[in-house]
Ligand binder design. Structure first.
Ligand SMILES: Nc1ncnc2c1ncn2[C@@H]1O[C@H](COP(=O)(O)OP(=O)(O)O)[C@@H](O)[C@H]1O
Ligand SMILES: [Mg+2]
Length: 165
């Protein structure tokens, strides 16, 4: 078990719907330029989470796994995109340069699976989202911010989730 700092948020999700809802809440807090790094084994719920994220960001496009396409893109109704990149088949950061990740982040939100493969091509500041399979309907989610932008996003996320108004 990792040692978690005060800025980290953890959840237990008891259904795919709940995971989608968490994604939706986060998606509503993101701005253009955001970089979300997703970790989790097959079946952990990454695609399910991104379904919520894209909806919360404001896209009504259906979300599928990027496994066979490298990058999926979802258009926000008010303009801007959400890009969902699976870096698994990229060898290194140099290969990622061809994809123009900077351009993607100018245009919207970038979500990356297997981010460690292309670490140098990604901004230092980012939000880590780790999903772990617990049991059939249950997943453990950990949100960990790097950089002030994401600390603030998670503060807002925490308020929306754990109460206040
Ligand atoms: N609490 C949960 N959160 C997310 N997915 C869940 C949960 N419980 C069951 N599931 C199911 O697990 C599967 C997760 O698949 P998917 O999101 O494609 O994972 P990944 O993209 O990480 O491979 C889906 O069939 C989903 O319905
Ligand atoms: Mg997937």
């Amino acid at each position: 078990m990792a040692i978690l700092d005060a800025k980290t948020i953890e959840f237990t999700s008891n259904s795919a719907e709940q995971t989608r809802r968490l994604g939706m809440r986060l998606g509503g807090l993101l701005q253009r330029g955001a970089c979300i790094c997703l970790n989790g084994n097959l079946g952990a719920g990454k695609t399910t989470f991104v379904q919520g994220l894209a909806a919360g960001w404001g896209s009504s496009d259906p979300v599928t796994s990027p496994t066979f396409v490298l990058v999926n893109q979802y258009e926000r109704l008010t303009g801007g995109m959400l890009y969902h990149l699976d870096a698994y088949r990229l060898a290194n950061s140099l290969e990622a340069e061809d994809l123009d990740l900077t351009g993607m982040m100018e245009d919207g939100v970038l979500v990356v699976e297997w981010p460690e493969r292309i670490d140098e091509a990604l901004p230092a500041d980012r939000l880590w989202v780790d999903l772990t399979y617990v049991s059939e309907g249950k997943r453990h989610l950990v949100f960990q911010p790097v950089g002030e932008t994401y600390v603030e996003i998670l503060n807002a996320f925490r308020k929306r989730t754990f109460g206040g108004v």
